[in-house]
Design a protein around this ligand. Structure first.
Ligand SMILES: *Cc1c(COP(=O)(O)O)cnc(C)c1O
Ligand SMILES: [Zn+2]
Length: 419
């Protein structure tokens, strides 16, 4: 059973059948999937969802597929952790980490959007998929395409971390490094999508792709025991995940699956690439494009495709925004690791650092529930912490050598250390 009605222009309302298009022919506005929500009433319930598979397809009634899932059978349903140690350090009452650093198979939130896009690509009859990526998307497209038996072309900026490059190459896609930043990669991919009959997941399949991001929000709500956190802090790159988490919350509220606690959503960006945060703080709807300069490469998008919709979701929800310097990002990565045992990449460090600022400035009250969205894994970005960690001692394999080391006053730090 599918509740999908088709595609609809977000600006002028023109409708389209389901196909590989993403902009309106009349006004160039972005297209969005339309569902028959009235038909879902009484059918899409807590029970119908809870009886689904232990992966993101338990929410398939709210996703744009018609047949069976073709990808992502083991993606999603990542941990939602109560962060007790971090609560103490930050002086807040109820803090959660939604941890997509543990998402299968390539350890980022991108499994969600790619699972839906690959399934849709197969439904629409494509044999080749591709993407414009800051790294994680390329990893995910390459892995899911390998499993589904599709050809993959992944396009990345030339200066990514090794973990992101080899994290794609191992799956044997055709990878092209573009001598430019992400915005150059994206522009080229739009031209490729026009010319070649490929499913570029975040270009011509974008309306379907972006819907997959809702599962991040659905899981938070279900895992909290069918409740919404009052405050959700989320990183912003191209602007997909933040508005889709908010849309997921609204859909669950409208279907009476959760109570409406007026959830607020907050955007986090690196100070070296903060076009959306800058617009929100300045009270502008319009995004001024930037040239990125930050270690947070996975979210370094200077001209975000859906930046406008991030601003709208943040404003509508009564949320706000904050950015973080590279130094603050690394400090937050280390803090999360030593308090909660979660190693995230700079996108997650950005989000935690922004959360801390929003708490300290009083934007987020200390006594209300808070959820920090961790979207990527630190093992792929070892570069940003190598200079920060004390190298381990090296000794001969003899007890006396170890005794000498102990007598030398090796610092044994009790965790968690306060900041
Ligand atoms: C892609 C990505 C994001 C967010 O990107 P959006 O385009 O805004 O959805 C956040 N964190 C990580 C680690 C990512 O790879
Ligand atoms: Zn239109």
């Amino acid at each position: 059973m599918s509740y999908v009605l088709g595609l609809k222009c977000r600006e002028c309302g023109q409708t389209y059948p389901e196909k590989g298009v993403h902009v309106c022919e009349t006004c160039f506005g972005p297209l969005e999937v339309q569902y028959d929500y009235p038909a879902m009433r009484g059918k899409v319930t807590r029970q119908s969802i809870a009886s689904g598979p232990h992966n993101l397809w338990r929410y398939r009634d709210l996703l744009p597929i018609n047949g069976e899932p073709k990808s992502g059978h083991h993606s999603g349903m990542t941990p939602l952790k109560r962060a007790k140690n971090l609560e103490k350090v930050l002086g807040v009452r109820e803090l959660y980490i939604k941890d997509d650093s543990a998402n299968y198979p390539t350890w980022s939130y991108k499994e969600r959007v790619v699972s839906v896009a690959i399934t849709k690509a197969i439904e629409l009859g494509y044999d080749t998929v591709g993407c414009a990526s800051t790294g994680n998307l390329a990893n995910s497209v390459a892995a899911h395409a390998a499993e589904a038996g599709l050809r993959a072309f992944v396009m990345i900026p030339h200066d990514l971390e090794q973990g992101k490059v080899f994290g794609s190459l191992i799956f044997n896609p055709t990878m092209v490094r573009i001598e430019g930043n992400y915005d150059d990669v994206n522009r080229l991919c739009s031209e490729i999508a026009d010319k070649y009959r490929w499913a570029i997941v975040n270009v011509n399949l974008r309306p379907f792709y972006t819907e997959g991001a809702k599962t991040f929000g659905f899981e938070i709500a279900e895992q909290l025991g069918w409740k919404l956190p009052r405050h959700t802090i989320c990183p912003t790159a191209g602007g997909t995940i933040l508005p889709k988490i908010y849309k997921a919350y609204r859909e669950f509220i409208d279907l009476n699956l959760v109570a409406d606690n007026q959830p607020r959503i907050y955007s986090a960006q690196a100070a070296g690439c903060n076009p959306v945060v800058e617009a929100i703080i300045a009270g502008r709807d319009l995004i001024k494009p930037q040239k990125p300069r930050t270690i947070a490469k996975s979210i370094a998008i200077g001209n975000p495709a859906d930046g406008y919709y991030v601003v709208q979701a943040v404003k509508q929800s009564g949320g706000w925004a904050a950015d973080a310097t590279d130094v603050e990002i690394v400090e937050a990565i280390k803090l999360l690791a030593r308090t909660e045992g979660t190693w995230t990449e700079p996108a997650g460090g950005t989000t935690l650092a922004a959360t801390i600022k929003l708490i300290e400035s009083g934007r987020i009250p200390r006594d209300e529930s808070i959820c920090v969205c961790i979207t990527g894994n630190g093992l792929k970005t070892v570069e940003v912490v190598v200079d920060q960690l004390e190298p381990p001692a090296s000794i001969p394999p003899r007890l006396e050598a170890f005794d000498r080391l102990m007598a030398g006053g090796v610092a044994i730090v009790a965790a968690p250390a306060p900041v």
